[in-house]
Design a protein around this ligand. Sequence first.
Ligand SMILES: Nc1ncnc2c1ncn2[C@@H]1O[C@H](COP(=O)(O)OP(=O)(O)O)[C@@H](O)[C@H]1O
Ligand SMILES: [Mg+2]
Length: 348
Amino acid sequence: MAKIEINNVYKIFGNTPSEVLPMVKEGATKEEVLEKTGHTVGLDNVSISIQEGETFVCMGLSGSGKSTLIRHLNRLIDPTDGDIIVDGTNVMELDEQQLIDFRKNELSMVFQRFGLFPHKTVIENVGYGLEIQGMAIEDRKQKAMAQIESVGLQGFEDQYPNQLSGGMQQRVGLARALATNPQILLMDEAFSALDPLIRSDMQNQLLELQSQLKKTIVFITHDLDESLRLGDHIGILNGGRLVQAGTPEQIIMNPADDYVEAFVKDVNRAKVLRAKTVMVKANEFNTNNIKLSEVYKVDESSYIEQFLPKVLAERCTVMVVDKKGDTKGYITEKELAISLSKDGYNQK
Ligand SMILES: Nc1ncnc2c1ncn2[C@@H]1O[C@H](COP(=O)(O)OP(=O)(O)O)[C@@H](O)[C@H]1O
Ligand SMILES: [Mg+2]
């Protein structure tokens, strides 16, 4: 079973959402609903499964429903219709006390504007969730300090947030979210307020932490490059509707509509495509014409960016192998040309 199941969720903002719901279910668009009823469609029949240990990125333009979606997961927002199941629990069935415990223990949120307490030091901010959980001060300090070290902020523990740069403040935000060891991290545009270089550092830091921690992360962004770097799967929202969900490769290779196409049209495909996606399967490839000396081996999960220059310069053929070293397929110049050309990928 998935860690998070979002099943046919509708969210309509306004005075009488349940009266407007049938119209939305019959297919009226966000614009039509607003014009006819004055209600705003936040989410329109969204269903998503998020697996344990993956990073699911939710992407879309401003106003597409990203924050509305993530706030359903910790029930800051109740759906107009549909179910949200987190770790096997229907969050709508939690009573008040259960909901408090659920938010305290199961998931943590990292905010765009950091959301730190200005009058608390770094170590007090990081230990805040543990304090709420009732942990004794000495244990709390020890745990908080370990988290501070994990994000590279040792030495800054007694500083106040306004003494730190934006990037450092967001490291505090991340350390605070991780301190309670939640199963799920919710990150709503967490890196969007940072300068590009700092932002890229934070992405690296998150990838590194995640490779050890294997949390289930729901990460919201409006930035395609960030989605492609961080996401195991990406879901794209437009006007409250989920227009496409898939792996980065699936989205790059087969954008579902013009809206997704507009996002992916300028992306460097070589950075995203893996050998596995580009190869011709070994049993479908005629090896008669290639010389063994021109072949070299790559792992099927490597990005083609890494061997692209070699294939183009030396006209070699790439043999794609799995973890055991067995041959899975081959990539020649021709396959690369097809997968990299903007029009070619549609014609396959
Ligand atoms: N509390 C609210 N009341 C009324 N409309 C809202 C509310 N929250 C969000 N909306 C509307 O729902 C839509 C989705 O908003 P939001 O989820 O914040 O988008 P995003 O995070 O993708 O920018 C927008 O049209 C927004 O105006
Ligand atoms: Mg938002």
